[in-house]
Design a protein around this ligand. Structure first.
Ligand code: FAD
Ligand code: NAP
Length: 541
């Protein structure tokens, strides 16, 4: 593989790039000046983008150590550039803008991801489990990697997918799910009906959702602490929303929840009802998140024993007794214990209620203001079908639940980028068509994470997913006899020509430090006050 700067247009561009950069002196300096042997662009800096970068480097190193890169035309592969493009000025996707503010321990994974960008090979090695299989001596030279962050660059807007594909040997799409599934019910467009995605992104300070505060405020009314909220769906996102709505400032003051959100929900809401169309055995939540709801300081947790019993069909009992059912058994026990409590035992100012076997069928307008939500009409269901495949079947019995606000929490959904077509993207499921991360077609496109498999799985699930995509990339490397692309130099040149204000890792670190500056914080324990406006962040460029 060639590792020299090519002559012709590339070298000219390179020189222009270096001139531009030296006058601003803000760019990451770890990139090798010689042309890399392999240039990879990753779109999206969430867990899947970061894990793909990490395991691509580790896998190449491991193969090189074992002498197994030779038949891939990569035997002299020395320099690998990985450029992670992110539409926001800040990295880490849903770790920053999805994970609940009162779960700070989950966000520690950002420290691991940050090592990627620090250009410190030793740190990278220490944090990697794959390196344990290395057999050669420590002094042996490994692949020189350079992983950089290019924030505030929206692929499909600032640079097209086609341009990216022509600039890089490999392009990995890891831009997650930018939309959400809808119920398709009458009244879903009423004021007061939102997706959980909007609510979560708002309380987590995502700049694209900062304007939503006025809508949430209007829906919750002059006294949010007396509001009724219905959350539809029973995954962990639904439970996160219910917990955040119930906690109020006492439980959230020392978290990184955006102050604009805390101002509105500082006293919590009076009543939150979380609806599941199926029974408790089929709930998509996990025990840890459920237990937190049962232990809220000033909100009672309520479940109805009759609903637990109605969901305990023969098939549900088999589900509770089958292999791998321990988590379900614990959930069943916890819910039954909660149901057995008398109301006087646990009377608090607020309530979180889990309802089962209730399927929303219509959002009904408020009787006084017709454009606003007034209640959610639900149909009682019963479970039918075999173990593992039980479905909710309507019984015709209806129940109307008063609601100032409804949050639809039935899953996120991926969107296609401009320039994609049906051959690349499955509109119905919202995923990029792929086989083990290789996008269907003879292209240099790959996919990773939620965009590849759909919106399910925790942060750790993206590790095996990224490794799967990395295997596909490495298998294809034999087709890249010699890198002929402009890579990072071409990208930076093009973005500069377009006056895109790129946030690199150093700039992000300034944003990060400013967010943690004590002068911005509302309490001693608050880890950071996020900027909720892109322009504010660009001041730190
Ligand atoms: P994302 O994390 O969404 O990352 C995608 C990135 O791509 C984003 O940074 C986005 O800004 C960027 N992007 C989008 N479009 C473009 C574009 N056009 N150009 C450039 N960049 C773009 N898992 C846990 O283990 N623990 C938890 O507590 C937890 N809490 C969660 C809470 C919520 C509300 C949600 C929704 C999920 C939670 N998860 C949790 C799951 C976890 O967040 C996901 O598994 C993971 O984030 C998926 O990673 P991803 O990289 O595929 O997508
Ligand atoms: P999810 O886990 O897939 O849950 C979706 C919920 O919506 C299910 O209860 C589902 O019920 C319901 N639903 C789907 N379609 C519906 C419809 N048409 N009508 C009524 N209900 C419907 O999705 P999520 O909560 O968005 O979470 C996404 C992923 O992120 C999950 O893997 C989750 O574990 C992860 N996450 C993890 C954490 C954490 O670890 N703390 C926090 C948040 C998110 P059915 O089963 O009946 O379809």
């Amino acid at each position: 593989m060639s590792s020299f700067v090519r002559i012709g247009s590339t070298i000219l561009r390179h020189a222009r790039y270096l001139n531009q950069r030296s006058s601003r002196c803000t760019y990451h300096t770890s990139s090798p000046l010689s042309k890399p042997d392999l240039s990879v662009a990753i779109v999206g800096s969430g867990p899947s983008g970061c894990y793909t970068a990490k395991y691509l480097i580790l896998t190449l190193e491991q193969l090189q150590q074992k002498g197994q890169l030779t038949n891939a035309n990569m035997d002299d592969l020395k320099n690998v550039n990985i450029d992670i493009l992110e539409k926001l000025p800040t990295p880490f996707g849903l770790v920053r803008s999805g994970v609940a503010p009162d779960h700070p321990e989950v966000k520690n994974v950002e420290n691991d991801f940050s090592l990627l960008f620090q250009g410190n090979h030793e740190n990278q090695k220490q944090s990697a489990t794959v390196t344990q299989t290395h057999t050669k001596s420590k002094t042996e030279k490994l692949i020189q990697k350079s992983i950089v962050f290019r924030g505030n660059v929206a692929v499909g807007k600032d640079i097209s997918l086609e341009e990216l594909q022509s600039l890089y040997d490999v392009v990995v799409l890891a831009y997650g799910c930018e939309s959400n599934r809808k119920l398709g019910l009458e009244g879903e467009s009423l004021d007061g009906v939102f997706s959980a995605r909007e609510f979560v992104a708002w309380y987590n300070g995502h700049p694209e959702f900062a304007h939503m505060g006025s809508y949430f405020k209007q829906a919750l009314g002059n006294n949010p602490s007396q509001a009724n909220v219905v959350v539809i769906g029973q995954g962990n996102v639904a439970l996160d929303c219910a917990r955040i709505l119930a906690k109020g400032s006492q439980g959230l003051m020392s978290t990184d929840i955006a102050s604009h959100a805390l101002e509105i929900i500082q006293d919590g809401v009076e009543k939150t009802t979380v609806l599941g169309r199926r029974g408790h055995v089929q709930g998509a939540f996990t025990i840890k998140e459920l237990r937190e709801l049962t232990k809220l300081q000033d909100a009672s947790f309520i479940v109805d024993e009759a609903e637990l019993d109605a969901g305990t069909t023969t098939a549900s009992l088999e589900e509770l007794n089958g292999p791998g059912s321990r988590p379900k058994i614990r959930i069943d026990k916890l819910l039954r214990k909660a149901a057995a409590k008398t109301s006087s035992e646990d009377e608090k100012s607020k309530q979180v209620r889990l309802r089962f076997l209730l399927n929303p069928v219509q959002f009904i307008p408020d009787s006084a203001v017709k454009s606003r939500l007034g209640s959610v009409l639900c149909e009682r269901t019963r479970l039918e079908g075999e173990l593992g495949n039980q479905v909710a079947v309507g019984t015709g019995e209806m129940e109307e639940i008063t609601a100032n606000m409804a949050l639809v929490s039935i899953g996120y959904k991926g969107l296609q980028l401009p320039g994609m077509n049906d051959a690349l993207f499955d509109e119905k499921t919202g995923v990029v068509r792929n086989t083990n991360g290789k996008v269907h077609s003879k292209s240099n496109l790959y996919a990773s994470g939620w965009l590849k498999r759909g919106p399910s799985g925790i942060i750790g699930t993206n590790i095996s997913d990224a490794k799967d995509t990395v295997s596909s990339i490495v298998n294809d490397l034999r087709d890249i006899a010699e890198s002929k692309v402009d890579g990072r130099v071409g990208l930076d040149s093009l973005l500069s020509e377009r006056n895109i204000q790129v946030i690199d890792w150093e700039s992000y670190q300034r944003i990060d430090a400013a967010e943690k500056d004590t002068s911005r914080l509302r309490s001693d324990g608050q880890p950071r006050e996020k900027f909720t406006n892109v322009d504010e962040m660009l001041n730190y460029k």
